[in-house]
Design a protein around this ligand. Structure first.
Ligand SMILES: [Zn+2]
Length: 336
């Protein structure tokens, strides 16, 4: 095949809930034969940073410099994206209301046939592209409460780390069934899954981090020349790392001297709940051990996890994570 870029679609054949799906495919064929990398985003309709990250990476990559082939699937779930919801035709199950039909695209990979268009798309993408890939990158976006995070298998630590986010996590064979990464894992395909916070809107730095991650993975796989672009310091969280949920015991205003991503030393106060009547401190969340403040803000249940500083008992006001390992990248290199 000649080197170049090409745009096309894959389409579901059947109507479900009155709709079919047409999914854009952006391909880059390199000048030299090599691995196939598949990069997917927006399996969930509110998670848009990955779409823009792919736009940046796609325009940046010169096919003549590329070894192998890249298949980008930037809008995996066009009906979700266009209807501004995570799943089509509805995302009730995600918010705790049971449904007979699983509509979450990222629970349908290699699943028994389900009567939703998302399932058909996962089958087509799997047969045509993902099952033949050497590596798969799946871009998501969780709420603004949390830091962005990339994770992958323990035996694929270097690729996970090379994506280049400040926080990464390594897991064993524990990924949720029906996800793209679970399917890839079962087929012996290397994978990373990434959450680029947050939803609904594009966040410039997250978009850039996603694009940088794609370029880094290409370099890591030897598909592009050049050095990895990594943050000076990276935090690794191994499976089973200690995590403290800041469970709210009393209603009030959540205040903290720390920003997401900062280290809270053992015994220090990660956050407090202050009375909205007299500004007295009603509760202190002390760190039990040196931890990274990964998540802060009281999530409203059933409301897309929107952060809010007014918190109520029963909510989780934040998450402290114990760092398994710190990686200083000032003088280290990543093995392929
Ligand atoms: Zn997602």
């Amino acid at each position: 095949m000649t080197a170049g870029k090409a745009k096309s679609f894959i389409e579901s054949e059947q109507y479900h809930f009155g709709a079919k799906m047409r999914v854009p495919v952006l391909e880059i064929t390199g000048a030299k034969d090599g691995p196939l990398l598949v990069v997917a985003s927006a399996q969930h309709g509110l998670e848009l940073n990955g779409v823009a990250a792919i736009e940046q990476a796609y325009s940046k990559i010169d096919p003549l410099q590329l070894t192998g082939r890249i298949v980008f699937l930037p809008v995996m779930n066009p009906l979700g994206v266009w209807t501004r919801r995570q799943e089509f035709p509805n995302d009730m199950a995600r918010y705790g209301k049971p449904l007979d039909v699983e509509c979450n695209m990222n629970r349908l990979w290699r699943a028994d046939r389900e009567n939703v268009p998302a399932w058909e798309i996962t089958e087509l993408v799997w047969e045509r592209y993902a099952s033949q890939a050497q590596a798969v990158v799946d871009l998501h976006g969780w709420s603004s409460l949390s830091m962005s995070l990339v994770w992958g298998n323990e035996d694929n630590l270097e690729m996970t780390r090379s994506f280049g986010l400040p926080c990464f996590m390594t897991v064993g064979y524990a990924e949720t069934k029906g996800t793209l990464s679970y399917a890839a894992q079962g087929a012996g395909i290397r994978w990373v899954t990434c959450e680029l916070a947050s939803q609904d809107l594009l966040y410039r730095d997250e978009v850039r981090a996603g694009a940088r991650g794609i370029m880094n993975i290409l370099r890591y796989l030897g598909m592009l020349e050049g050095r990895l672009n990594l943050p000076t310091l990276q935090y690794e969280f191994a499976e089973g790392h200690a995590e403290t949920l800041l469970n709210v015991p009393v209603a009030g205003l959540l205040v903290s001297d720390y920003a997401k991503g900062e280290i809270v030393r053992a015994g220090e106060i990660a956050a407090r709940i202050v009375s909205l009547d007299n500004l007295d401190t009603l509760h202190k969340f002390a760190a039990l051990r040196d931890s990274l403040l990964f998540n802060i803000g009281g999530a409203e249940s059933n409301h897309r996890g929107r952060a809010h500083a007014v918190v109520f008992p029963g909510q989780v006001a934040g998450i402290l994570k114990q760092v398994t390992r710190e990686w200083d990248n000032t003088d280290s290199s990543i093995k392929r």
